[in-house]
Design a protein around this ligand. Structure first.
Ligand code: OGA
Ligand code: MN
Length: 328
């Protein structure tokens, strides 16, 4: 038996995404056709009220399998063991609690927006990315579940609509980016914009952790719609990139174009701000959206979130490719 649901569109304050309200618990049957709802909504689904997952993490794995054939097992992706769930290794822990201890992002400095909030737009807000864009083929979809969220207005997750952002680009910029490739880099390699600006010497990249080219515009394999595919300070290669064939480095022409594109991508009208409640699940499509975590007071608040990653349908461009992250 499958669980019926209602779809409410779009997400609050935006023109994309959808909220899905299940009419019965997950344990009575998995909801069907959610991938089609996700694609149709432009790549973000919010499913509240799933408190049962916290007690039964296998339900998150079962639901993840509805979104694609391959749910990543973090024992085989060079992930730190302390960030892998002990009984369901397909669950990655995002938390400041021991033993994970991942610190929250920095708090952006004022100025605040006219309504007194922290702004969402790059470059004021940083940390915008698509999950593991430094791998080829990159993953398709992520599921993110709130076990222990923090207070409102902090520890949020922001989502930007890459399909709408691409479509709103002026024709001259579309022409410029249509055949352009970005160079994406795994964090911690000394190639982030911050690392390069501080004069850090980049680490030697082993073959399976080399920076990877990705198209700046990706045609979605399910909807056929073009969307921007980009990251910023922490997940582009600022030594040889951010763009292939353009002046590299943090002060080059590539940097100027990236700043222009990311500021456009994260314009407030393209952004959904998710305030977490325990039991919320958010599903996002990494092929046509970017997201960013926001600050919380890590000294006084505890946050525990669970993530799964689904892969297997990156589009024809990647057909038959060997996985870049698997050591030879
Ligand atoms: C992630 C991520 C955002 C957050 O786990 O991929 O970007 O709000 N998390 O912690
Ligand atoms: Mn992420």
């Amino acid at each position: 038996m499958s669980t019926a649901y209602d779809v409410i569109k779009p997400l609050h304050g935006t023109a994309f995404g959808a909220a899905v309200r299940l009419r019965a618990p997950l344990s009575q049957g998995l909801p069907k056709d959610l991938p089609a709802v996700l694609a149709e909504a432009g790549g973000v689904l919010v499913i509240p009220g799933l408190g049962e997952i916290a007690a039964k993490p296998e339900l998150l794995l079962a639901l993840s399998r509805e979104f694609g054939p391959e749910v990543e097992d973090y024992r085989y992706t060079l992930t730190q063991r302390s960030s892998v769930h002990t009984t369901v290794p397909e669950i990655f822990l995002v938390s400041n609690m021991a033993p994970v201890n991942r610190a929250p992002p920095k708090r952006p400095e004022p100025p605040l927006t006219a309504d007194g909030r922290l702004p969402v737009q790059y470059p004021h807000r940083r940390g915008w990315h698509s999950d593991q864009s430094y791998r080829r083929p990159p993953p398709d979809i992520s599921l993110f579940y709130a076990v222990t969220p923090v207070a409102r207005e902090r520890g949020q997750t922001l989502f930007a609509d890459g399909t709408a952002a691409y479509s709103a680009l002026p024709a001259t910029l579309k022409d410029k980016v249509d055949r352009l490739e970005g160079l994406h880099c795994q964090p911690g390699m000394g190639r982030s914009r911050e690392a390069v600006l501080s004069g850090q010497v980049p680490a030697e990249q082993p073959p399976h952790a080399r920076s990877q080219r990705q198209p700046v515009v990706r045609r979605h394999p399910v909807t056929g719609k073009p969307a921007l595919y980009l990251c910023e300070w922490g997940q582009m290669d600022w030594v040889d990139g951010p763009f292939v064939g353009m002046e590299p480095g943090p002060h080059g022409r590539g940097a100027a174009l990236l700043d222009e594109l990311m500021a456009h991508y994260t314009r407030p009208e393209f952004v959904y701000v998710h305030e977490w409640t325990a039991g919320d699940l958010v599903v996002w499509d990494n092929r046509c959206t970017v997201h960013a975590a926001t600050w919380y007071d890590g000294d006084n608040e505890q946050r525990m979130m669970w993530r799964t990653t689904v892969r297997g349908n990156p589009g024809p461009l990647y057909a038959g490719e060997k996985r870049s992250w698997v050591p030879a």
